[in-house]
Design a protein around this ligand. Structure first.
Ligand SMILES: Cc1cc2nc3c(=O)[nH]c(=O)nc-3n(C[C@H](O)[C@H](O)[C@H](O)COP(=O)(O)O)c2cc1C
Length: 195
């Protein structure tokens, strides 16, 4: 079937609705960021794209640090609020009801309600028109203990993560596969010699 041609635009979907923290512990800000992703596994490098007019832009440029806090459906109101109010007009931790917790390496706090936080140090800033891309090394990962399984592995399936798709927030739901399952050999139900 022929596709409908649309105007070129930023329509990647779904994307995270990350709650990015910046500043110092006592004077911290939260900005909701959808334009984020991974650039490299080893070393672990990520990015966030931020408009220069955002209050957080100046803070991150000055401190060279931020944390990407993953978000859950339970956090949706707070996350939306941090994406429509500016830190110039008030303390978003107070406004949103989210709580601070100390990071391990950086000065900015992490969000206590977030199941997983990536502590980042900026290595480069690139301008691309409307947004500046802060390319950053992930210097530490902090996970809530309830999402670490008995083997020490992160299990985010139970975390209630949410995604952002074309202006709307969605709860991540049903698992429909796992990495490599399409080519995995099927296990026999009753291997020979066993009952
Ligand atoms: C779901 C969502 C995603 C957003 N993604 C981005 C983004 O990727 N980059 C950006 O500059 N602003 C983004 N924004 C807008 C900022 O979060 C918003 O302007 C915020 O009020 C800026 O806060 P600040 O002035 O305290 O830095 C997003 C907002 C929402 C609600």
């Amino acid at each position: 079937m022929e596709k409908v041609k649309l105007t070129a635009g930023a329509l990647l979907s779904p994307v995270p609705a990350a709650a990015v923290t910046c500043g110092s512990f006592d004077s911290a800000n939260i900005i909701t960021i959808a334009w984020t992703g991974m650039i490299s596994t080893r070393p672990p490098v990520t990015y966030i794209s931020v408009r220069p007019e955002r209050h957080s832009h100046g803070i991150i440029k000055e401190t060279g640090e931020f944390a990407v806090n993953l978000t859950t459906s339970e956090m949706v109101r707070a996350v939306d609020l941090c994406g429509v109010k500016s830190g110039r007009d008030g303390d978003k931790f107070t406004l949103s009801g989210l709580h601070k917790t100390e990071a391990s390496v950086i000065s900015a706090p992490l969000i206590a309600e977030s199941p997983l936080s990536l502590e980042c140090r900026v290595r480069e800033i690139k301008s691309f028109g409307s947004h500046d891309m802060f390319i950053a090394d992930i210097v530490c990962v902090d996970a809530s203990p309830e999402f670490i399984d008995e083997n020490g592995k992160i299990d985010l399936a139970r975390a209630g993560l949410m995604a952002y798709s074309h202006g709307e927030y969605f709860a991540l739901g049903k698992k429909v596969g796992h990495f490599g399952f399409s080519v995995a050999k099927k296990r026999r139900k009753h291997p020979r010699g066993r009952k």
